[in-house]
Design a protein around this ligand. Sequence first.
Ligand code: PGA
Length: 243
Amino acid sequence: MKLIIANWKMNPETPQEARALAKASDAKGLVIAPPFLFLEDAAGAVTHAQLGSQDVFWEDYGAYTGEISAKELVSIGVRYAIVGHSERRRIGETDAMVAKKMVSAMRAGITPILCVGESREEHDAGRAQEVVRRELELGLSLVVAPSYAHSQMSFVVAYEPIWAIGSGTPDTPESSANMVLYIRKVVQDLGIDYPIRVIYGGSVNAGNAKSFLDKPEIDGALVGGASLKPEEIKKIVAIASTY
Ligand code: PGA
């Protein structure tokens, strides 16, 4: 079974719609990541899917208006957290923030999904690997720090080329599989010797999911737009369950 993450982003608008979408998407092997506001609605509507958040804060509690901690998320059953999505980096999230979020999630028992990927400009300039390496080195800097005792938790890396997100133009399965291999190499270079999963995201839909999931290097998919259509996400999960 490969891992499928449904990233709803800032959708839908009401708890009623969130419950209906979660119920209609529910399947084993699926992680549903609704807005924080609808996590409990989604939780109440599913029996097979697991819950993920779209972000997590790095402190456990205290005076941090508007933030949500990993401990709070765990308390309502959240198992995964997307960290460093490009849509958050675009509005000011830095690699230093990403690094702190990675360890706070892992310490609390949440599996973080670290998003990395190059922009169109960086891609065209042949800098994709350099950008991905830097995001991994900085984003994982606290995970590999001697002060962070190795926990039982692992993490997921999502290769999400920014130009492929929401564009209808995914990367090719061959090129993304190569980047996934490269990501594994960088993670190994950083001294991480436990198994991690590396997935692909960016315009994955029911029509192209098989071409990505067929690649043995790719452990799953992070799905945005298509995850808002239950019939699409159900097909993607059905494909993922054949591996
Ligand atoms: P998309 O989004 O599937 O709509 O391209 C993927 C993502 O941003 O996680």
